[in-house]
Write a protein that binds this ligand. Sequence first.
Ligand SMILES: [Mn+2]
Length: 492
Amino acid sequence: MAGPVPELEDRARECAERLCAADRVLLASHIDADGLTSAAIAAQALERAAIPFETVFEKQLDEDAIAAIAATDYDTVLFTDFGSGQLDVIGKYEDAGDFTPIIADHHQPADRDTEYHLNPLLVGINGASELSGAGASYVLARALADVSDSSPAAATDGGAVADPAGTTARADNRDLAALAVVGAVGDMQAAGGELHGANEAIVAEGVEAGVLETGKDLALYGKQTRPLPKLLEYATDVHIPGVSNDTNGALRFLDGLDLELKRDGEWRRWADLSGEEKQTVASALVRKAVSSGVPAAKIDELVGTAYVLSEEPVGTELRDASEFSTLLNATARYERADVGLGVCLGNRDGALERARQLLADHRRNLSNGIDLVTREGTTEEAHVQWFDAGDEIRETIVGIVAGMAMGNQGISRSKPIIAFAAKNDDELKVSARGTHSLVRQGLDLSVVMGEASRAVGGDGGGHDVAAGATIPSEQKGGFVKHADELVGEQLS
Ligand SMILES: [Mn+2]
């Protein structure tokens, strides 16, 4: 049976055969939306193949985490959404006979290889935009269904099935494509509005299996769960004057459309609208953008490909890949991987309620953080501005807060913003955010964070527009000075 990504087929089969030969498997995965969906896909595939397993999650697969894994009784360890970049360390334990690693990852491999290694970068597929960790895990899951003989329908080749999402899709694990798409979307691989490359092949399998629907739709976040006015008000990727960030403006815009906005006293949501009603809103929104002078290229971004999980109830986060991944990230950010995994595995009562609570808490934390930064303001240097949140804002969200606060009263968008938060007793977490306009002028925060942190005995990196570092607490002043100089050189 051909898998969704032919280039990875041989590797996937070798990994799957090795898993089938194991008495039991330790499944280790990263804690984020992609890592959680990777684990959920692998867990279901192992279970269906009747391979006993246990799951552990790590925020970072560092030396200590790998040592702890090696110290368990497991002889076979399946790493998902990490492992490739840590092969130098993992390899030492492999050499010592502690365990056999099997890796399904999409990050840059370290300078060492291993026998059971499934990674798009090894076969010329882009791991940042064409296949996620969940995608790699899905490729493995498909191969596992194929090689494991405990799956009764694996011997048939599909054929005529009345219920496409039924037993055949389960038997060959194609139903897991929906989670693979949530992982890819969570890893920002749908940048530009849609998924590409190997991801597209996975989407096609999900559609065929009856678990996914795709189509052009408004590219706003919250189509399933947000009341219509909030959907428009909170959508700020494409700024539409008089609607975005404008409570009354969004209401006035909708009022002018001659649309049934409420039903039974409740605001309707995008997902509740008929095709015709959606068309009415979308056209009016585009007209409003045009008349407000929004550039054509930005207006194009208002429409994108929506990935709908067709088996999930309408009006829930789980039905929209983007909302689903946001929910998972909220569980990950507060180190509740158990909750995120539970949601992925279909726990619709306890886990889903808990995840919603974590997301609500997360939003409140963000909004409190933004209020705090806006109230206290930033310290301006020649080329950067900064603030120290101490332990008032969690280090896991301080970067998002910094980015969202930019442009608020007193917080300039013409200088990058650097945020400090306590990481532990002697280290600070540093998060830096810029704007796309500053990047066009030469800003590269990945270089700034890397060089300035290493100059004071820390380490860091990231992307041009958003980057981070960890530094010794007493080095804050020196770090700011270095960063300010570096940004000055980049923008000169
Ligand atoms: Mn990933």
